[in-house]
Design a protein around this ligand. Structure first.
Ligand code: G1P
Length: 913
């Protein structure tokens, strides 16, 4: 009989409890800090711990490795009269049936605790792991054993933490040879491994990083000895699941001060045997370190190697993360939702730390984030983090190339972009859209229009003409910054960078006059249509961006009283309407113009600038955008035989339209709809039609989410690898949360509030339905065909969820610095209570906005009636569907003063819907 699956439940402050966590495969939890220690941990303490692709302390694991526990963190007690017991749950099943033990997980920000109780043995053990929120690259583990039985027991403790100590590349590439590089040393408290070399056949280098495992008992007493060589620890024929030295309770351990060379290592630390009376407890602290070879390890042991120290850092961790997360909180009347949202809020921070590479599902990439993720994560980070976002954004623009494309390898420091040494000349067609989206949010929140006039360099490497040509004159010695003809580093304004990204896109079209798909777009898996493929989806986005840029130019003119802006001389080619407009209906004319521009800046730019009238620029941008909107509405609106209608999103590599009726079944993508809606390309009637079509062809009724595409039933080698994936998985028709939530955002933005809410609400409910989703609180990248949450934590879904909730549902948004309050809350959002609230920051002030809906009105039936501002009604604020609060009204208050707004909704005589 299958046991009923019980999900997690929140305790307090977002801490959650899950009983029998081991009964679910593939669960993992992140432990990390800003210093770059990145760990993953499972209920059996599997998972790895690293600072980057080349520095893994524990052996690197993919999700499929998690059910083999061979290389998990382990801690054993040899119980006299019984034998070995693994408190991390890694005693072989033949020896110990899982049912004999009760196991529960508690986890919070950011710590992980497993409690295992074995009634037959009369022992209970709590194992707590965390990465302290400070500058140290360490993972800490506390093992607390309690005698719950009725007789005194004698125990011999042994910690066993495998030390891999090298690059993930060596997992199979020279795994054995690289163990010959290991230099293992025992110290008073543990085992240190310092490989001699970083193994790289392109040129081996001296290694300067050490990997260590130390331990002490709760009072700071060192271990009595060590089994640092893996083969010796497990014994001939042994395994890490049944290591000979533990099984035989052997005491032929080594002492401190020994040096051993050339073997796989393990942080196997033997502690003194102890007698534990009933109810007595004893604790052990394990410190796992990745650090420079000359790290003062003793200092780390002094810092962390006692129970009191561990507890203190545990508290500090909770405080650190709670304070960070308190910058954005929701009070929705549903405590479970408020708590769950905390886990969504931490996700963009986790992706800033882990990039897209370092959790068990994310076993690709070599660290860092992609360009689009960098910008989209900033959306939420703008809402959550108080850091110097201006500086961060400014630096990000240094990745733009003068041809409008961008560097794809992003360094760890802000503004560090690296040339792709793999030499894969790949350009993503969507990359140009994201910086404007994020910059616009920044400008709206701050009013810092002058940011558009700040100057930044451009990225330069051997690729030019959007990777269609190579700049033979460029050498690595020239450096990665674009230079002018005189060899000077060229700088242009942020506005110029943005214009370049979006204007080049206008001309970069395929035969159907839509943006070329190039290497792929947002959907990374549409990567097999580089010649004739087109992304209609992103053509819409670019159209919206051109209109947005034109509005920003108007703001520069009106608010900063500028008549002209300076742009690189070469760019005048792109403002064709100012001097003899090319025929926009002609893809070849557009491409010829683009090539002319590319040729003009193939190697260097002139370094000269022209002052262009803002009004002229606006006219040019509007003309282009208007043309695009008309073109899309006229040529890409698909009506099928069943009477549904939506936008075609793509052309394949044979130049064939992808969406619509097809002999193998109707073809529709969600991506094709989302950006048409978001950008305003779709009219209101079209949005209505799209919703009907999406509900018919894409809605997964069980999960409640929208699939990325219908089933094409064809291996479309002329579109992308996606169609090689099984249908219902990842980029081939899964409920892909990132896109589904962008759909929700777009719907809200266009006033389709109930439809948008449906998307968010059903995804949330599914995430919390543990029996199906099988994930800890938070939002995963997608749900697979069985509804299981996949690729948890590191996903742009979280940023978009928060952005939607803050700026659309709760309607707290900026407009070039002013605060706009425009709620799109439904009656259902209010539930049975009449009050909802959000706490965020605006203009540097902590802002809480509470909505009261005494008449239980639905969206469309209410307007803002009154606003109370720190206890006082403000009549000068004009009520309506939305209200504007001038920035000055906020900034004139002391920075430390919290703002509490109470917004009362009242019946709207002119209903919106
Ligand atoms: C992931 C990638 C993102 C890409 C998407 C679709 O999404 O990180 O860059 O656009 O797949 O291929 P995410 O994990 O952010 O949800």
């Amino acid at each position: 009989m299958t046991q009923q699956v019980q999900g997690w439940q929140f305790l307090e402050d977002g801490t959650f409890l899950l009983n029998r966590p081991e009964a679910t495969k593939e669960l993992y939890f992140p432990l990390a800090n800003e210093a770059g220690m990145m760990a993953a941990i499972t209920p059996r303490l599997h998972g790895d711990s690293k600072t980057g692709q080349h520095h893994f302390l524990l052996p690197p694991v993919s999700v499929e490795d998690l059910h083999n526990t061979k290389s998990a963190r382990n801690f054993w007690f040899f119980l006299d009269g019984y034998g070995p017991w693994s408190v991390t749950g890694n005693t072989p099943r033949q020896i110990l049936a899982q049912e004999q033990e009760s196991v529960s997980l508690r986890a919070g920000f950011l710590w992980h605790q497993i409690t295992r109780e074995n009634q037959a043995l009369g022992l209970k053990c709590e194992v707590t792991n965390l990465v302290p929120a400070n500058e140290d690259r360490v993972e800490l583990m506390k093992v607390k054993i309690t005698n719950t039985g009725e007789r005194e027991v004698t125990l011999t403790p042994t910690a066993a933490i495998p030390i891999y100590g090298r690059s993930a590349d060596n997992l199979r590439d020279h795994r054995h040879v690289t163990s010959l590089l290991h230099r293992i040393m025992t110290t008073q408290y543990g085992v240190v491994v310092t490989p001699t070399l970083i193994f790289d056949e392109r040129g081996h280098r001296a290694n300067r990083v050490a990997y260590a495992v130390f331990g002490a008992d709760g009072q700071g007493q060192p271990p009595v000895g060590f089994f640092p060589v893996l083969a010796e620890f497990i014994g001939e024929g042994g395994t890490l699941e049944w290591p000979q030295k533990v099984v035989e309770n052997s005491d032929d351990f080594r002492g401190a001060g020994q040096q051993i060379a050339g073997y796989e290592a393990v942080g196997a630390l033997r502690f003194a045997s102890l007698r534990l009376k009933p109810k007595e407890t004893k604790s052990y602290i394990i410190i796992m370190v990745i650090g420079p070879h000359d790290t003062d390890f003793e200092a780390l042991v002094r810092k962390y190697g006692q129970e009191s120290a561990f507890d203190q850092y545990w508290q500090a961790n909770r405080r650190y993360w709670q304070e960070k997360l308190a910058r954005l909180s929701f009070h929705t009347g549903e405590q479970n939702y408020d708590d769950w949202l905390k886990w969504v809020t931490i996700q963009p921070i986790l992706r800033r730390i882990y990039g897209c590479s370092f959790l068990p599902h994310h076993d690709y990439g070599r660290g860092g984030r992609g360009w689009r993720d960098l910008w989209q994560d900033c959306l939420a980070l703008l809402l959550i983090e108080a850091a110097d976002v201006r500086h961060l954004l400014l630096n990000n623009f240094a990745g733009v190339r003068i041809d409008g494309s961008n560097a794809t390898i992003i360094g760890t420091k802000p503004g560090e972009f690296i040339a792709d040494r793999n030499n894969i000349p790949r350009i993503w067609s969507d990359h140009g859209v994201w910086p404007l989206l994020t910059t616009k949010l920044y400008l709206d929140l701050t009013g810092d229009l002058a940011f558009l006039l700040a100057e930044q360099t451009y990225f330069k490497d051997h690729l030019t003409h959007r990777a269609k040509a190579i700049d033979q004159q460029w050498t690595a010695a020239d450096g990665n910054k674009q230079k002018d003809r005189h060899g000077r580093v060229y700088r242009g304004t942020i506005l110029e960078h943005l214009l370049l990204q979006n204007m080049t896109a206008f001309f970069n079209v395929g035969d159907h006059n839509n943006h070329r798909l190039e290497g792929a777009d947002w959907n990374d898996a549409l990567d097999l249509a580089p010649e004739k493929g087109e992304t209609v989806a992103f053509t819409s986005f670019y159209a919206g961006n051109l209109l947005e840029l034109s509005r920003l130019l108007a703001a520069l003119r009106d608010r900063l009283h500028l008549e002209t802006v300076e742009l690189a001389t070469e760019m005048m080619i792109l403002f064709d309407s100012l001097a003899g407009r090319v025929d926009y209906d002609s893809p070849s004319a557009k491409r010829a113009l683009l090539n002319k521009y590319f040729d003009s800046c193939r190697h260097t730019v002139a370094g000269t600038k022209v002052a262009v009238k803002i009004d002229d620029l606006i006219a040019d941008l509007n003309a282009k955008a208007e043309w695009m909107v008309q073109h899309l509405r006229k040529n890409e609106w698909v009506i099928n035989k069943e009477g549904f209608a939506w936008f075609n999103g793509y052309y394949d590599n044979d130049g064939q339209r992808v969406e619509g009726d097809h002999p193998k079944g109707v073809r529709m993508t969600l991506t094709g709809q989302v950006f048409a809606i978001m950008s305003g390309v779709a009219t209101d009637e079209q949005v209505q039609k799209i919703v009907q079509a999406a509900d018919h062809y894409l809605l997964d009724k069980e999960i409640g989410g929208y699939r990325l595409n219908s089933d094409f039933r064809e291996l479309k080698l002329n579109l992308g690898r996606a169609f090689g994936f099984a249908y219902g998985h990842k980029e081939n028709g899964a409920v892909f949360n990132h896109m589904a939530i962008m759909y929700a955002y777009a719907l809200y933005k266009r006033g389709f509030v109930r439809e948008g809410r449906f998307v968010l609400n059903t995804l949330y409910r599914h995430c919390c339905d543990f029996a199906k989703s099988r994930i800890y609180p938070g939002i995963p990248e997608y749900f697979n065909a069985q509804g299981r949450g996949m690729y948890h934590y590191l996903t742009g879904s979280a940023s978009w969820f928060l952005l939607t909730l803050v700026t659309e549902t709760f309607g707290i948004k900026g407009d070039l610095g002013d605060l706009i309050i425009e709620p799109k809350l439904t009656k259902d959002d209010f539930g049975s209570g009449g009050r909802l609230a959000i706490t965020t920051y605006f203009a540097g002030r902590k802002l809480t906005v509470a909505y009261e809906n005494p008449e239980h009105l639905d969206y469309g039936a209410y307007r803002i009636g009154t606003i109370e501002f720190n206890g006082q009604e403000r009549r000068e604020i004009t009520p309506g569907a939305s209200v504007r609060i001038k920035r000055e009204l906020l900034t004139q208050l002391p920075a430390a003063q919290e703002l509490n707004l109470v917004v009362v909704l009242t019946a709207n005589r002119d209903r919106i819907n």
